[in-house]
Design a protein around this ligand. Structure first.
Ligand SMILES: Cc1cc2nc3c(=O)[nH]c(=O)nc-3n(C[C@H](O)[C@H](O)[C@H](O)COP(=O)(O)OP(=O)(O)OC[C@H]3O[C@@H](n4cnc5c(N)ncnc54)[C@H](O)[C@@H]3O)c2cc1C
Length: 463
């Protein structure tokens, strides 16, 4: 935190007032708590002065009323799996931990709705819905640890989004505490609703800068009868992307279309039974789901299209264990990239579908020019590419130049700089590349309306 911070420092007297307002048991100033709250899954580190662990909406309101009155910063935090530093206290102050608000309040099978507190883990909500024959589709790879509140605040996506959409498509309504301490109810508990501006959707994806989500009303759908999975190996990415276009145009909507470029494929090739891999090879991981029999028929159609488009090998999963192994290969990619080089920058750009192969084809020349290694993998069905730029320690400046060039290329090709991870603090310097001055002005104005004192998650999104 800079000495020039515009915020009131948290003196022992103010910390005492926080204790009086939220209850002493909720306030944690131990070095371990502060250290844990200083990190998320990004490379940023910012140490708060106090951690408040809320277990009720009333505590959130009490804290924000006080912060608004005394002008100290508050940063909401779910599980801290964010990749953009959104949950870090860049101006110090309080980290408001919401993981303790973890009650599933209702799974309403008649109305296909779930009502949950924000600290519920996504996988726990999915399991509770499944137990009633229902499904909550958003499936970020972090679903075993990420909270529903955090995934709503970042509008998280995942492999199934190609068929089912992202988190915002499942948020019907919510309750949020505004930075003034006022409680806002937004949206509906119905499947449709158009009364007034859609404040619920404005809060979704706002990265904890407009309000603290304390309750969510979520849409559920019926559970599918079966899921079929297979991987397809291609000679190069162009052929793989040709298959993706043909599948999407071929009347099939897969529930996952993941890809690995040749660098990623060679990184995890030992986990696959294909033997020698083509030098420029690319892999698709495909899934279909639906009623018993229908998913299998769709997967056969997907396989036939892959062969027409030049697939060298198809490997269908014959049971749940094999399905798990195929997804395990996909999940190993991030870990192995992480292990391969000491520093790396994860980007998650989105390209128009028809330009993915062209974009990835530009990466080898860029790697060579910058002396770095670039891996590309992700959700090819919706154009969302995870680009990992890696290098040796000391090459940070080159990485910054390379990332800037990559993002400019994405925008020039009609894409966007983030499909899932958000802006937080990690990418805020790049925001003016994509947003016009008018857009930035309106968005800053929205922030001012919600948060006149600028106390909620300051230093994120906009300067
Ligand atoms: C291994 C791994 C895999 C991942 N895979 C994916 C993926 O497939 N798709 C994807 O989209 N992301 C992915 N992520 C990123 C991350 O998991 C998501 O951004 C997730 O939504 C963050 O949830 P969280 O509970 O950890 O939130 P945090 O990291 O704690 O917070 C994220 C943001 O939300 C805000 N916030 C948290 N709770 C609230 C609340 N109740 N009210 C208001 N604001 C709040 C915080 O201030 C912060 O800005 C991955 C991360 C990891 C480490």
């Amino acid at each position: 935190m800079s000495d020039l911070s515009p915020y009131t420092p948290l003196t022992p007297e103010i910390i005492e007032r926080i204790r009086e307002n939220v209850g002493p048991e909720a306030v944690d100033v131990t070095p371990q708590a502060l250290d844990e709250a200083s990190r998320d899954a990004s490379t940023e580190v910012h140490v708060p002065v106090v951690v408040v662990r809320a277990t009720s909406c009333a505590q959130v309101q009490a804290l924000l009323r006080l912060a608004n009155e005394l002008h100290f910063p508050v940063t909401p935090r779910g599980a801290g799996t964010g990749l953009a530093g959104g949950a870090l206290a860049v101006h110090g102050g309080v980290v408001l931990a919401l993981a303790g608000m973890k009650r599933i309040l209702d799974i309403d099978a008649k109305n296909l709705i779930a009502v949950v507190e924000p600290g519920v883990i996504v996988a726990d909500l999915q399991a509770a819905a499944r137990a009633k024959g229902l499904c909550y589709p958003p499936d970020p790879a972090s679903l075993d640890t990420a909270t529903v509140g955090g995934t709503a605040a970042t509008n998280a996506g995942g492999p199934a989004c190609v068929k089912y959409g992202v988190t915002k498509h499942y948020v019907l309504g919510l309750e949020a505490v505004l930075p003034t301490g006022e409680l806002l109810g937004a949206g509906t508990a119905t499947r449709k609703g158009v009364v007034g501006y859609d404040l619920a959707q404005l809060l979704v994806g706002s990265e904890g800068t407009l309000g603290v989500i304390t309750k969510l009303i979520l849409k559920l759908i019926p559970l599918s009868g079966e899921t079929c999975t297979q991987v397809a190996l291609f000679a190069d990415l162009s052929a793989a992307m040709g298959a993706v276009s043909a599948i999407m145009a071929g009347g099939v909507t897969p529930s996952a279309v993941e890809f690995l470029d040749s660098r990623c494929l060679h990184l995890v090739g030992d986990l696959l039974p294909f033997g020698d891999l083509p030098r420029d090879g690319a892999l698709l991981l495909l899934e279909t789901d639906g009623a018993q029999g229908a998913a299998q028929a769709e997967m056969e159609r997907v396989g036939a299209i892959c062969v027409e488009q030049g697939a060298l090998h198809l490997l269908p999963a014959t049971d749940e264990a094999q399905r798990g192994e195929l997804w395990g290969v996909r999940r190993q990619v991030s870990q192995r990239i992480h292990d391969s080089d000491p520093i790396y920058v994860p980007e998650d750009v989105v390209l128009p579908l028809a330009r993915i192969a062209e974009f990835v084809g530009r990466l080898p020349e860029m790697e060579e020019r910058h002396g770095l290694t670039i891996y590309a993998f992700g959700h090819s069905g919706d154009g969302n590419i995870h680009i990992n730029v890696t290098g040796k320690a000391g090459l940070e400046e080159r990485m910054e130049a390379c990332v800037l060039e990559l993002l400019k290329l994405v925008l020039a090709m009609g894409g966007t700089m983030s499909g899932e991870h958000g802006i937080g603090v990690a990418k805020k310097r790049f925001l003016p590349l994509e947003l016009s001055e008018a857009s930035m002005r309106i968005q800053r104005g929205i922030k001012d309306v919600f948060d006149p004192q600028g106390i909620l998650n300051p230093g994120k999104l906009f300067r």
